[in-house]
Design a protein around this ligand. Structure first.
Ligand code: M6R
Length: 610
């Protein structure tokens, strides 16, 4: 998704803007641009299609230095990826960058054209530039013009604005798309994500929905949606800048896969007692109301949705609470029946996913007992807007393919299930078993990571394949779904997941020697049933790859059936452990295919538009 960086500072800000854009590359984009108030030479704008390096090359030919500027990485929504559509957009002496979608851009564009404004792009953003310019021409007050224009915009935006005649002032606003203000010493910055600014500051103010701000080197003025001055406190960003580097790893995704033991350990830190979970982690209000929860609705997107699907099995079995799980893009647009005392749980790595955030806002009027955000970003919109929060501590996840965020979400959800079982006085043996299993988990994950060399050779089998099936049962069915999503996302191989019992109801027709069938087969109560399903695949010449428990008799080796064994683990943590080889498999298949692992085509890390 689009990324914004802006700065007003004593020093030349162009290198800071470019470094910020580089740090936002993980979000996905197709073009980049910068506008700087060049010392004594007015606004200088440089734009380029492609990577930030192309913009740097353009800047090398046409340097732009100054103390005030805004920069942008664009992910095309309105208008194809092209230089004339890249941000910043200009109207007279005024320059704008935008993240989000202006839904009423078409009537506004028509009105502005009628007023004589000329458009040079197909973007919705250029409308904003001309609209502000229009009001500024009328009242000569840029703050007022900005406010009036904001009042007419429908949709989602984070916006930054500079004007040639105000060389020390940076304006910004947020509604539906994230924006933070970075505090330096006699300098101010803005960005879509604090990660973009960690080279210059670790102190941030998080704008709330509807806020707008005016920044100079020394002043930071913020107003809410009613134009009341507000104070948004400065918070220190907790992750060190080096956590954003690839270090010895070839890709962020691989680094993040190998960070999972630590990420899980950090997520569990301070949450477990000897044989019980410490429910105080949820905060005083949530802790006292846990026992009132009679129903649970879980809403999320993508990988986070898969985490919710696993949790449904746990919550219903262990806590005895009915649980529904739904993708946010569906949930937010339908009529929802909310039984009494229902908790809404939203799950998100970024906490900025547009559909998940909209679902949370929609849920506020639906009569829920409370809303809980399970999220990896403490300062995110989702965390700030939910009633209760449960943070995962995976650290920054840069690779578009979610890995450590997923396993830490599962950890948080198993912890929550145990907390619910505990307050409802469910079987204490189950609670103790969960707690002990969670404590061993970082070490068990470390062992699963040792499968990497074995999986490297396995990946070659996918080199010429165009399709793959993933099978699982019970809690491992959503793990098969996650395995299929990972494979398709980064290797571009079409992959589908099925509950293994569904095989004969259709997908078996696809099975032949060209179809790899990956199955997740731990030693659980459904193993014998799964084995029968796998026999159906073997009988039809399918290429089986099975991830199984080392304690189970595997039978004679077979050229059409590769079995990779994992250590025995308790059922409750098994879905988390079996995720690891599937992540490694998709990573190594992507290497074989030669795709852009960390930034797969057409995808963005943070999906801040619906
Ligand atoms: O930040 P979120 O967890 O809300 O993101 C949700 C999805 O966009 C995300 O999980 C996506 O499916 C990943 N790229 C999958 O690897």
């Amino acid at each position: 998704m689009c990324g914004i960086v802006g700065a007003v500072a004593q020093r030349n800000i162009t290198p800071i803007l470019i470094e910020g854009l580089r740090r936002l590359e993980y979000r996905g984009y197709d073009s980049a641009g910068v506008a700087v108030l060049a010392d004594g030479n007015g606004i200088k704008r440089v734009r380029a299609v492609g990577k930030v390096i192309e913009l740097e090359n353009a800047l090398a030919n046409s340097p732009a230095n100054g103390h005030l500027g805004i920069a942008h990485t664009r992910w095309a929504t309105h208008g194809k990826p092209a230089e004339h559509n890249a941000h910043p957009h200009i109207s007279g002496k005024l320059v704008v960058v935008h993240n989000g979608i202006i839904e009423n851009h078409a009537p506004l564009r028509k009105r502005l054209i009628d007023l004589g404004y000329q458009f040079t792009s197909e973007t919705d953003t250029e409308v904003v530039a001309h609209l502000i310019a229009h009001y500024f021409q009328q009242n000569h007050d840029l703050l007022e013009a900005f406010r009036t224009a904001l009042g007419e915009l429908h949709g989602a935006y984070a916006l930054a604005l500079i004007h040639e005649d105000q060389p020390q002032t940076l304006y910004c606003a947020r509604m539906g798309s994230p924006l933070v203000i970075g505090e330096g010493s006699e300098e101010h910055y803005i960005a879509s994500d604090p990660l973009a600014l960690l080279q210059v500051t670790d102190r941030f103010r998080y704008l709330e929905e509807g806020d707008h701000a005016r920044l100079s080197m020394t002043r930071c003025e913020i107003w809410d949606s009613r134009n009341n001055p507000v104070d948004r406190p400065v918070k220190r960003y907790e992750h060190a800048a080096h956590s954003l580097e690839k270090g010895e790893y070839r890709h962020y995704m691989l680094k993040e896969i190998f960070e999972q033991p630590q990420a899980i350990s950090d997520t569990l830190s301070g949450t477990l007692g000897d044989d019980h979970v410490l429910t105080a982690v949820l905060g005083p209000e949530a802790e006292t109301r846990l026992a009132d929860i009679a129903n649970i609705h879980i809403v999320a997107c993508g990988t986070s949705y898969h985490a919710g699907l696993v949790a449904r099995y746990w919550i219903e079995e262990q806590a005895g609470i009915p649980c529904c799980v739904e993708v946010a893009s569906e949930y937010r647009y339908r009529t929802v029946v909310v039984p009494a005392n229902t908790l809404l749980i939203t799950i998100s790595q970024s906490g900025e996913t547009a559909d998940t955030l909209a679902a949370l806002r929609f849920a506020k009027d639906q009569g829920y007992l409370a809303t809980l955000a399970i999220c990896n970003v403490a300062g995110s919109s989702l965390v700030r807007e939910a009633d209760w929060r449960l943070l995962t501590h995976a650290g920054p996840e840069i690779g578009v393919a979610s890995t450590k965020a997923f396993t830490t979400q599962l950890v948080a959800l198993l912890w929550l299930t145990t907390a619910l079982a505990q307050v409802r006085n469910r079987d204490s043996a189950v609670i103790q078993r969960n707690v002990q299993a969670l404590k061993t988990l970082p070490q068990v994950i470390q062992q699963s990571l040792e499968l990497a060399p074995r999986i490297t050779s396995l990946a070659e089998r996918f080199a010429n394949k165009h399709h793959a099936l993933f099978l699982g049962r019970g809690t491992h069915y959503p793990i098969a779904m996650e395995g299929a999503l990972k494979l398709k996302e980064i290797s571009y191989i079409h992959a589908e997941a099925y509950a293994a019992g569904e095989l004969k109801h259709g997908p078996l027709a696809l099975v032949d020697e060209d179809m790899p069938v990956v199955s997740v087969a731990p030693s659980d109560s459904l193993l014998e049933k799964l084995k029968s399903n796998l026999e159906e695949v073997r009988a039809r010449g399918g290429q089986l790859i099975t991830f199984a428990c080392e304690t189970i008799e595997q039978g004679e080796p077979d050229a059409n059936h590769e079995v990779i064994t994992l250590p025995w683990v308790e059922d409750c943590i098994s879905p988390i452990v079996y995720t690891i080889p599937l992540q490694l498999l998709s990573y190594h298949v992507a290497l074989v295919k030669g795709t852009d692992v960390d930034k797969p085509r057409n995808l963005a890390k943070s999906v801040t538009v619906e």
